[in-house]
Write a protein that binds this ligand. Sequence first.
Ligand SMILES: Cc1cc2nc3c(=O)[nH]c(=O)nc-3n(C[C@H](O)[C@H](O)[C@H](O)COP(=O)(O)OP(=O)(O)OC[C@H]3O[C@@H](n4cnc5c(N)ncnc54)[C@H](O)[C@@H]3O)c2cc1C
Length: 374
Amino acid sequence: MHIAIIGAGVSGLLTALELVERGCTVTLFDQQQTGSAASWAGGGILSPMYPWRYPQEVNALARYGKQGYLKWNEKLKPVTGIDFEIHETGMLIFDEDDFEIGLDYAHQHLDPMQQAEYLQHEQIEQVNSLVSPQLQHAIYFPQLANVRNPRLLQSLKSYLQQHPNVIIHEHCPVTDLNTQQQRLVAIRTADGQQHFADQYVLATGAWSAKWSEQLEIEIPVQPVQGQMLLFKTPKDWLSTMCMNKVMYLIPRQDGHIVCGSSMRQCGFDTQTTNVTLEHIQQACFEMVPELAKFPIIKSWAGLRPSSPEGIPYIGQMPQFDNLWANFGHFRNGLCMGPASAQLLAELIMGQTPSFNAEDYSPQRLYEDAIALYK
Ligand SMILES: Cc1cc2nc3c(=O)[nH]c(=O)nc-3n(C[C@H](O)[C@H](O)[C@H](O)COP(=O)(O)OP(=O)(O)OC[C@H]3O[C@@H](n4cnc5c(N)ncnc54)[C@H](O)[C@@H]3O)c2cc1C
């Protein structure tokens, strides 16, 4: 089976990987360089930031992120030579209002990823000696990890480029979906070329609402900008991820520390602003004051593909036999990536899905539209 995937972020690349593993031929299209949009810009925390604030549909996929990336890293590393570092640092959360609900949530879930304990400052010092003395309490999630997402994308691209059944077209925007009755017969790219496949996948992240008009169905996915800062500290300087008031620090193995993030709806603007970067910086210094000694080496902004409640659309598009969706992952597309791609590949191949497919079905686009006009 030949499958065309539009969008080569983490959603499109992992879907391609799952499909070639099942014997398919895949052609990927991206309007930019592969893996240079939200999936590159993100932090790579392999859990929703406060899991209890998210619907169970998000947690059900996110829970599988760490395990999924460990598996793919083992498989891809010998071929690509790239280790995308699943860094098991654990996470300290300092928001006192979340302690009770967070611990309750942890107790209700037997999954080791969700386990948490309450720590007083002396105990915090034992797991992370750099936390500000102002922060007297925390809840600690020892199993949480982060993935080095820019390297993950490099690895996925390299593996797929070397695969005999994959073609990647970069800087090649798809402009039109040519439909006939209930089928997509071809896609057209900006250079005027038509491309044909048996099945087509939309993995177009924050740009997905673009298809609303052509498909005659409203796709409620909007870009939400997030800004980030990168510090360079010595290797193994910061031992855990830290989070407070929706701001976080993510240590990489070599001492880089990713700090974020803001939330702003400003269309497709990816400019950073000094005011926002300073706000992020201050929030991070409040958690780890000594970070102020180290240089900021980079800042950037990315566009999250927001969707209602952050639940992605995964599955067959309403009214089309051979058009599929994997978009709308909002703040959690990296941690939901492996499970989302596995679910979509299973659905395309007619295999029994490993997750509750109905929860993510794009059919709800159609039902929402009907409800709107009732
Ligand atoms: C600041 C920030 C921090 C984040 N932190 C985390 C985190 O810690 N953990 C986590 O799990 N998630 C995080 N996220 C969210 C995560 O990055 C996204 O949910 C995820 O990357 C979405 O992946 P995607 O492949 O769907 O979208 P993208 O990576 O945006 O990929 C979509 C691709 O589609 C291409 N495309 C669009 N339209 C077309 C077209 N017409 N033709 C061809 N190509 C097209 C684009 O060029 C793009 O490459 C963060 C995001 C941001 C911005």
